[in-house]
Design a protein around this ligand. Structure first.
Ligand code: SAH
Length: 356
């Protein structure tokens, strides 16, 4: 038997080609695409496709659908999802309600291999890349669950999107298709830890998305301690790549900076950061570090955050502090997935011990 193909990861054009080989009229491609993005889980739900064509489709394609295994709702209205994928891998997404609309934070990989020392998502390494269809599913099924439309998207969940470049790029194109979710690229932010060659490649793709770069330190020694990726792509390469990205795309880059007590929140760091970003038309987004159980790092004290902001503003840097959503539901990157994986491991250990 031949392996079934993942239909949700296909463009309409690819779908048309595939329909040809099945002798199904090409005009059905747009209808099928629409159904998939509405969240049908079987071909039998595609009521404007004949039964015989639906049978042909199900003989060559499968429709992905994650299983919801945990759902946590915060007092502020945000919802955190833990989905189980077909092969058993788990991923998280977070739905956030703002006055300007609903935003969804999605994962791009199951796990991560970037090794940032403050991040819960990377503790167990990378399990695998997500397919474009699995990324779409995070949106489709969050919309189905909440009954609300996702107005904007951030690729800031588990994983390094530029480490899963081709699938992420295809996803970005699929998600902004008119016949599908039709999410404008202006409403999408992609966050990267700084894979310089991929940032350069991305600048050539003609996308209208916002690029966020996780900076977290203004000089190489500290940044390499916090983020191993800096040893491969130090600031001397990253910052020029960011400048060029802006020149090429006209899109202002946003720099993420997690405030860590006593590590990167000193006045010296603020001054060095102002100097690093001077003249760049950059925007700095400060985030208070989310405490991760396995790490001794702590969030900065309020007074240090305030003085950091003052120094940056004096240095002419545009700065905002990210509002924290879902504090009561462990909304930080990778923490729910981690706690469930841990619980499953403990359970396995207990079962094994009982068997011995
Ligand atoms: N791999 C991408 C996107 C995923 S992480 C990246 O590195 O940008 C999304 C953001 O959350 C990044 O800025 C990341 O550095 C930050 N982050 C990770 N763990 C955090 C924590 N414990 N507290 C605050 N921010 C954290």
């Amino acid at each position: 038997m031949t392996e079934l193909r993942d239909i949700k990861s296909m463009h309409i054009a690819e779908l048309k080609e595939a329909l040809k080989t099945l002798s199904i009229p090409a005009f059905h491609a747009a209808q099928i695409f629409h159904w998939l993005h509405l969240g049908v889980t079987s071909f039998s739900e595609m009521t404007d496709i004949s039964k015989s064509n639906r049978e042909k489709l199900s003989s060559v394609f499968y429709i992905s659908a994650p299983e919801l295994i945990r759902r946590q709702e915060s007092v502020d209205g945000s919802v955190k999802y833990l989905w189980r994928l077909a092969d058993g891998n788990c991923i998280e997404s977070v739905f956030m309600r703002y006055h300007h609309g609903n935003s969804l934070c999605i994962s791009t990989q199951a796990g991560c291999r970037m090794g940032c020392i403050f991040c819960a998502s990377t503790l167990l390494g990378l399990s695998r890349d997500l397919t474009p269809g699995e990324m779409l599913d995070e949106i489709i099924f969050a919309q189905k669950d909440t009954g609300l439309r996702v107005d904007s998207l951030v690729l800031m969940g588990t994983g390094e999107p530029l480490d899963n470049y081709d699938n992420t790029l295809k996803f970005l194109k699929l998600v902004s298709c008119e016949g599908g979710l039709n999410l404008g690229q202006r409403h999408i932010s992609l966050s990267t830890c700084g894979l310089v060659p991929r940032i350069r490649e991305l600048s050539e793709e003609g996308l209208g998305i916002t690029l966020s770069v996780s900076l977290h330190a203004p000089e190489d020694t500290l940044r390499s301690e916090l983020m191993p990726v800096n040893r491969a792509y130090p600031l001397g390469e990253l910052i020029p790549a960011c400048r060029d990205y802006f020149i090429k795309t006209g899109r202002r880059i946003s720099f993420e900076y997690a405030m860590i007590d006593g590590r990167n929140d000193t006045p010296e760091c603020a001054k060095a950061l102002s100097k690093l970003l001077a003249g760049m038309n950059a925007h700095v987004n400060l985030i208070l570090l989310n405490k991760v159980k396995e790490s001794p790092l702590k969030p900065s004290k309020d007074q240090n955050v305030r003085s950091f902001i003052t120094h940056l503003e004096k240095g002419g840097i545009n700065v905002t502090v990210r509002r924290r959503m879902g504090r009561d539901i462990d909304a930080a990157c990778g923490q729910l997935r981690r706690s469930v994986l841990e619980a499953e491991n403990n359970e396995r250990r207990n079962v094994r011990e009982n068997l011995e």
